[in-house]
Design a protein around this ligand. Structure first.
Ligand code: NAD
Length: 413
């Protein structure tokens, strides 16, 4: 099978779907790799490295003409959709729940759309394909690095002849994949770290990597389906907020990562709480998007400094800012999925198999993923080979999670 790796064209995107190191196993399985000239430059993977790894480097027209499967990071832009032809497969972070119309367009073009963010995350055999986790790890790390850069003091305790610097105090809100990585990174930089989540099981996880778990007087257990959180009731929110405001005002740095599948991210850092923070404090809102974020005053994609001197960052597409590591992880996830979906060197989509049923969104000219078909008002899974109801129900997307990993899931866990 010929696998094509085009250059990503979304502004600011520096990742690439396959790196040279990931090609060996695919080639061993009988696949030929085509790479667009310059596709890996944003992540420092030069054409010569792809050629040394056995790939053919060629211009974009030849790539789309030759590839049977096109592998990407971001959703395709209209110009990229125009290049796809019937019978071709497209694999990437397609975010079908965020943009079901795109799936309809791909189906109409006869393209088999396969979405990496629809991997059922709770299946242990799917973990090596879990791109939401691999990219959230990167985002959690980078959020702390950005906070340290914006913070006017040291993170660690430092004793010097010129005086002693006390360590920064850092609060991580949301102890999922990104939050755990943020805790670990802030601890490695020497900060004193507190962490908070509404899922009680996160307490031990946070403590095991050196954070102090914040236990509110109003105990809330908001464990939802599949290891995710549920949305809080208005009463729970009010109780939580009053107590959280005190904690927020007491720390130097807040890293906010809280998400609820299919809902707007919860506001955990109110404007009032920001007003109570000390000058020089920093908030990184990883949940921020056009829908809102964890911080009431953050603006997606922007950095603000409030009247009381608090810096609020709401960075966009954090994984793309660490493109080498992000591409390496992404490529590993991509290669694992491709190997899972192929047999004897060709695409083999067994729709009775759980991972395949979750990730294949369009096939044979139809939207076959039931959740997406339902969103489009079509008969769910009406297409040949579809499995009505077979796709695992999982978190609907939020734009914020998309920003964190430039992606979002149909299924999750
Ligand atoms: P996420 O991005 O959906 O949310 C981040 C965190 O925000 C979660 O821990 C959530 O509980 C928390 N949160 C939501 N509302 C909150 C509120 N009001 N106040 C405070 N915190 C709030 O989560 P994620 O990182 O995608 O992972 C979610 C879960 O999925 C975790 O339990 C993770 O371990 C699990 N997971 C499992 C697998 C697997 O089984 N293979 C793989 C990946 C993730």
């Amino acid at each position: 099978m010929k696998v094509g790796v085009p250059r990503e064209i979304t502004p600011g995107e520096r990742r690439v779907a396959l790196v040279p190191d990931a090609l060996g196993r695919l080639q061993k399985a009988g696949h030929e790799i085509l790479v667009e000239t310059g596709a890996g430059l944003g992540s420092c993977h030069h054409d010569a490295a792809y050629e040394r790894a056995g790939a053919t480097v060629l211009p974009v027209d030849a790539l789309y003409a030759g590839a049977e499967v096109v592998v990407k990071v971001d959703r395709p832009a209209p110009a990229e959709i125009d290049r796809l032809r019937p019978g071709q497969a497209l694999v990437g972070l397609l975010q079908p729940l965020l943009d079901p119309g795109l799936m309809e367009r791909l189906a109409a073009r006869g393209v088999t759309a396969i979405s990496l963010d629809a991997i059922p995350r709770t299946l242990s055999r799917a973990q090596s394909m879990d791109v939401l986790s691999s990219q959230a790890n990167i985002a959690g790390y980078k959020a702390v690095i950005l906070a340290a850069e914006a913070f006017g003091r040291f993170f660690p305790l430092l004793t010097t002849a010129a005086g002693t610097a006390r360590p920064a105090s850092c609060l991580v809100l949301g102890i999922g994949v990104a939050g755990l990585q943020a805790i670990g990174t802030a601890r490695r930089l020497g900060a004193v770290v507190k962490a908070y989540d509404v899922r009680p099981e996160t307490k031990e996880q946070a403590q095991s990597i050196g954070a102090q778990f914040v236990t509110l007087r109003t105990a809330i257990d908001a464990t939802g389906a599949g290891g995710y959180a549920r949305e809080l009731t208005p009463e729970e929110r009010a109780a939580q907020q009053a107590e959280l405001n005190e904690v927020v005002a007491s720390v130097d740095v807040v890293i906010a990562t809280a998400q609820v599948p299919g809902r707007r991210p919860p506001v955990l850092v109110t404007a009032e709480a920001v007003r109570a923070m000390k000058p020089g404090s920093v908030v990184v809102d990883m949940a921020a998007s056009a829908l809102g974020g964890n911080c009431e005053v953050s603006q997606a994609g922007q950095t603000l400094v409030t009247d009381n001197g608090v810096t609020i960052l709401a960075p966009d597409n954090l994984p793309a800012t660490l493109p080498i590591s992000a591409s390496q992880f992404y490529a590993r996830n991509m290669a694992e999925l491709l190997l899972h979906l192929t047999r004897d060197g060709a695409l083999h989509l067994d729709m009775d198999e759980e991972i395949t049923a979750a990730v294949v969104i369009t096939r044979d000219g139809r939207v076959v993923q039931p959740a997406i078909a339902a969103l489009l008002g079509a008969a769910p899974g009406a297409g040949p080979g579809s499995q009505p109801g077979a796709a695992p129900s999982g978190p609907a997307p939020t734009a914020a999670r998309a920003r964190r990993g430039r992606s979002h899931g149909v299924a999750g866990g």
